[in-house]
Design a protein around this ligand. Structure first.
Ligand code: HSE
Length: 433
């Protein structure tokens, strides 16, 4: 059989783009042996070619003009590894318009502008693949859309932000404070340029929007995801959770309810006996429950040059095979309808178990007042711990675990509890798995 050549242009040769160049250099023979296709990186775009790179780019046209790639008729597949929305959105739209397939690792782009991009891909009869946008090297996009194609997805629980998971693990296992652990995550290179996106839950929400879109075959709008980050979780809370037999994890949650999706990102107390509790440091995992398969978990490195490049390469190989079949699968727009929007359950209607940490004045009758307020809002207490240690003046930490209660009821109860003259404004409400 005649060997075919598939020609690639890379937009952005930073960490991930370098990895993409490297994987096609290092694994060239392996990929050709497995596919019968030769992969050729013809051109690469970057704004800065002075910076030294750790990969051999000889033989690749290095340009600062995006049109050298977008207007080159020889280029079949454009890889977008710039990151962020601007100018990535404009470049990807133009590539799709010109009839080129696009592979992107850009979670912010797919989550924020997916609808427009998938529409454009559909119009232009090309594909837009994004395996690397969630879970780095873990084949979770392919796992959901191909491996579990025969399933209705019931639930997804993801640990999809390595930075938050690293911070929480260092606090839980090694006793570090939040700030120290964040500094380490930044030094280790997996935090975003602005780590606010990591610790605010924004990055995990981007990834959840993508997973939930695949699971529902619609486009999930980012602003329909209830998002809370980990910035208010103190070492005291991590220690309390530990003493109750839980590990705090930032979970991205998608539950398919009766016609409405429950979509949330927030720190969650996961029982130590659950597999997700053992996902440590910067590693990611996505726990997926399908109606035929049952419970599965996809686990691995969620970031980094080589894992991310591995995922980008798998999309490129998929597209190259589709091109070989001529008709192509147009997988993204077949499995995600750009015109569809799911119905999302308002968070106030969700039921959860709660962890409540307060600082209360150490005097007679206080606990009775607090439990009275909870009771008035139909919230039942399952456990209470008060430390003897006075943290501020005569105030002590008080932690309450509740049975299942409605978010709206908890919200009202908390407003009353925190306006009491015997509680401090510093409190934390977390949810249990
Ligand atoms: N900042 C992200 C993380 C990188 O910490 O998971 C991978 O998307």
């Amino acid at each position: 059989m005649e060997k075919r050549v598939v020609t690639i242009g890379i937009l952005g040769v930073g960490n991930v783009g370098t990895g993409v160049a490297r994987v096609f250099l290092d694994q060239a023979a392996l990929l050709t042996e497995r596919t019968g296709i030769e992969f050729r990186i013809k051109s690469a775009l970057d704004v800065d070619w002075e910076r030294e790179r750790t990969v051999d780019l000889s033989g690749i046209q290095c340009t600062t003009d995006v049109d050298d790639i977008l207007s080159d008729p020889e280029i079949d597949i454009v890889v977008e590894t710039i990151g962020g929305e601007d100018p990535a959105f404009d470049y990807v739209m133009r590539a799709l318009e010109k009839g080129k397939h696009v592979v992107t690792a850009n979670k912010a782009l797919v989550a924020s502008r997916g609808r427009e991009l998938f529409r454009k891909a559909r119009e232009s009869n090309v594909d837009l693949l994004f395996e690397a946008s969630v879970g780095g090297g873990i084949p979770i996009v392919k796992g959901l859309r191909e491996g579990l194609v025969a399933n209705r997805i019931l639930n997804i629980y993801g640990i999809v932000n390595g930075t938050s998971n690293y911070i929480l693990t260092r606090m839980h296992q090694d006793g570090l404070e939040f700030g120290e652990a964040l500094k380490e995550a930044q030094e280790r290179g997996f935090a975003e340029a602005d780590p606010t996106l990591d610790v605010s839950g924004g990055d995990a929400a981007h990834k959840l929007a993508i997973l939930a879109s695949i699971a529902s075959s619609t486009v999930v709008d980012l602003d329909t995801i209830y998002t809370e980050g980990i910035t208010n979780v103190s070492k005291l809370d991590v220690d309390f959770a530990k003493s109750f037999g839980y590990t705090v994890k930032l979970l991205a949650i998608c539950k398919m309810g009766e016609g409405k999706m429950d979509l949330r990102v927030h720190p969650t107390l996961v029982p130590n006996s659950h597999l997700l509790a053992s996902v440590s440091y910067e590693l990611n995992a996505v726990f997926v429950e399908g109606d035929f398969v049952g419970k599965t978990m996809f686990y691995g490195p969620g970031a980094g040059e080589r894992p991310t490049a591995s995922a980008v390469a798998s999309d490129i190989v998929d597209l190259a095979k589709d091109m070989e079949l001529r008709s192509g699968e147009r997988l993204s727009t077949l499995t995600i309808d750009p015109e569809a929007r799911p119905e999302v359950l308002p968070v106030s209607q969700v039921e959860n178990r709660f962890y409540l940490r307060l600082y209360t004045y150490d005097a007679p009758g206080i606990l009775a007042r607090i439990s009275g307020i909870l009771g008035n809002h139909s919230i039942s207490i399952s456990s209470v711990v008060q430390l003897e240690r006075h943290v501020y003046d005569n105030y002590v930490p008080l932690v309450i675990l509740t049975h299942r209660a409605r978010e709206a009821d908890m919200q009202k109860a908390l407003a009353e509890i925190t306006s009491l003259d015997v509680t401090l404004p510093d409190y934390l409400r977390l949810r249990l798995f």
